[in-house]
Design a binder for this molecule. Structure first.
Ligand SMILES: [Zn+2]
Length: 391
């Protein structure tokens, strides 16, 4: 979740892909590792089963659009904004996280013929084979766990299988790559316990948002492969949210995967009006339909003059192909930060995902490679983390 700096310009017609590409895309298991959709699930009157549009309410995912974009599922994120490391702060974060977690399960419960919770790689394949959407759960920012790692198991027990220690701002576990003060010089001692507990349970570790030192220390400590659920190459765009080539190679060498992001590939719009609206978005889950619509319209007015995240489809592909060249097709996937700041100019929701399959084929990748990029590599890393669990 990128503080709701939702990208992409006004709705545009997606260029059509060929029937052969469409058929390939449908045949593949297509997963994204960072779906911030739970921010919308609690909105009064917002229904996941209905079709929405980015220009109406800045949402990027719902069931009709998952079908249109051939998105078979992914990790639905329990995101929590960083707050104070106090008893009150922990309690508020915990309540917030459990509320979002409950919304994810409620969404699945309400659509039993369309969606199913997934816990393992085999679950995802089995669920998608039935024509249903596989819903994994992940944690973005472990702040809600409080001053202990014992609470990680509570989230594991309801289905969380991917977790990152930190978001923007250092917390009790680790230093963040943005908004932090290098509090620990990487992991705290509790953060080292956090890595061990994730390994013990078989929760795959996500290092997007971690500082470089945190990345290095987790790579040294973790027994299992790790991933970046939504990050990119710093060589293409110098943002702390991207990683340098050496660290990307280290993650790959450990069997991990870089899930390439659509954000942090160009300078973002940081006008004060944009910052103000981004702040409002943090509490959009409590907004009335009218307030949400007004916020969406205000966002659209800003987009008309300057795009929040001015990244083109070609620029995204440049990033994806760069990482593919760097570490090869066994260590790359896709996590575009949908509903959390992601999206491209002319591709402001998931309905255009078959274009990525078309572009990968055009770049010369085999069907088997494209299958690995859309989910095979991720599921290999997840399976390995689960195999190494000692719980
Ligand atoms: Zn994020």
């Amino acid at each position: 979740m990128l503080a709701f700096l939702l990208g992409a310009a006004a709705a545009a017609q997606q260029p059509a892909v060929s029937p052969a590409i469409r058929a390939l895309h449908e045949r593949l298991l297509v997963l994204d590792t960072h779906l911030d959709t739970p921010v919308n699930l609690g909105r009064p009157g917002w229904n996941f089963a209905q079709r929405h549009s980015f220009t109406d309410d800045i949402s990027q995912i719902d069931l009709p659009r998952m079908k249109e974009g051939g998105l078979d599922g992914g990790f639905f994120v329990i995101y929590t904004q960083q707050g104070p490391l106090t008893a009150e702060g922990y309690a508020a974060a915990k309540a917030h996280a459990w509320r979002r977690e409950a919304w994810i399960r409620a969404m699945v419960r309400q659509l039993p013929n369309e969606m199913e919770l997934a816990f393992t790689p085999d679950d995802a394949r089995r669920i998608a084979a039935k024509g249903k959407r596989a819903v994994f759960q992940s944690i973005e920012n472990s702040y809600p766990l409080g001053p202990t790692v014992a609470t990680m198991k509570d989230f594991y027990d309801v289905g969380v299988r991917l977790a990152g220690p930190v978001h923007n701002g250092d917390n009790q576990f680790a230093d963040a790559t943005k908004g932090g003060k290098r509090t620990w010089g990487g992991l705290s001692s509790l953060g080292r316990e956090w890595v061990k507990e994730a390994n013990r349970l078989g929760i795959l570790v996500d290092l997007s948002h971690s500082s470089d030192e945190t990345v290095d220390q987790v790579l040294e400590l973790s027994k299992a492969p790790v991933i970046l659920s939504h990050s990119g190459p710093r060589a293409l765009y110098d943002s702390p949210r991207n990683l340098d080539d050496a660290r990307i190679k280290k993650i790959a060498a450990k069997g991990g995967v870089i899930q390439v992001n659509s954000v942090f590939l160009a300078p973002m719009d940081d006008r004060p009006e944009r910052d103000k609206l981004s702040g409002q978005w943090e509490s959009l889950e409590d907004a009335s339909p009218r307030e949400a619509r007004e916020a969406g319209q205000a966002w659209a007015r800003l987009e008309a003059t300057k795009t929040a995240n001015p990244v083109t489809f070609d620029r995204f592909m440049e990033s994806l192909l760069y990482v593919l060249k760097l570490v090869g097709p066994d260590h790359v996937g896709i996590g575009m930060d949908w509903d959390g700041g992601g999206g491209l100019i002319g591709m402001n929701d998931i309905s255009g995902l078959p274009r990525i399959t078309a572009a990968l084929k055009k770049a010369g990748y085999s069907d088997a490679d494209v299958a690995k990029i859309w989910s095979g590599n991720l599921l290999r890393a997840l399976g390995e983390a689960q195999r190494l669990a000692t719980k």
